[in-house]
Design a protein around this ligand. Sequence first.
Ligand SMILES: [Zn+2]
Length: 285
Amino acid sequence: MHLEPNYWKIEFSKLPSYGKQYPPDASMRFRCLNMRDLKYLSGMNPNNAHDMVNDLVKRVLVLDNMELSDVLAMDRLSIIFYIRTNTFMLSNGYQTEFTCPFCGARVRSDFKMSDLHVKRITESKLGTCRVEGIDEEISSVYKKFYDPVHRTGDPEVDDILNWTNIDQILRGTDSEMKDAVEGLLAPDYAKLRRLANDAKCGILSYADLSCTQCRRELRVGVNISDDNLFNKVRMYTMIKNQIQVSKYCGIVLTDDMPYNEVELTIGIVNELSKKEAEAMQKGKK
Ligand SMILES: [Zn+2]
């Protein structure tokens, strides 16, 4: 039996771009991840994470009057957060670890999507600049969903490559482009950094958290890369839950089942079996 899943609308007003660059009649809906999607994700590592998450978004997002290739990169992360928050209803927090600069304590802290800073497109500014050694004018740009994402290991260089068209001018591997950008004169590098920073928007990778030891508030950088975004539900755990639930109460958790329902079913089954065990204990006394 295959049932059509439920789809929820993503309001454009909630996206960093406000959907202003999308056609006026366009709309966006998504479904929760199901067991099959999560089994697919269990094979994720830092190298394939971006492509796998793109595959997943393609599976679950339904677009009307627009294409996935039109979706702005700045909205991509927000869309992923929507999918994630609705899929893991019982476990949708994130954890981060940091060393408190005030008291030196090593802190493990939970944070929510809403703790992350968001810079909207209205606070962003596009511009152009010229640097020595490159003939063409360099512009800051809003990249699209399928544009390559550059990861050089240096966040500043990444911003320059991901928020300007210099990658289209240099056209090399990430490490070649990193060398070229780092080889620029210091004032030119600073110009590019400013150009990229003014344009950069969307969900930013820091949150204001407080130290669990000294209670002071501080701004903490958090890892929101693709491979860190999904709870890594292990394949073993998923299959074990499928077997346990079916053995205990005869409900078959199919791969088509949305994971939020799976999570709830497992929770309820555990609760019921606990109560039953307690009742049996009482009966024995
Ligand atoms: Zn502290």
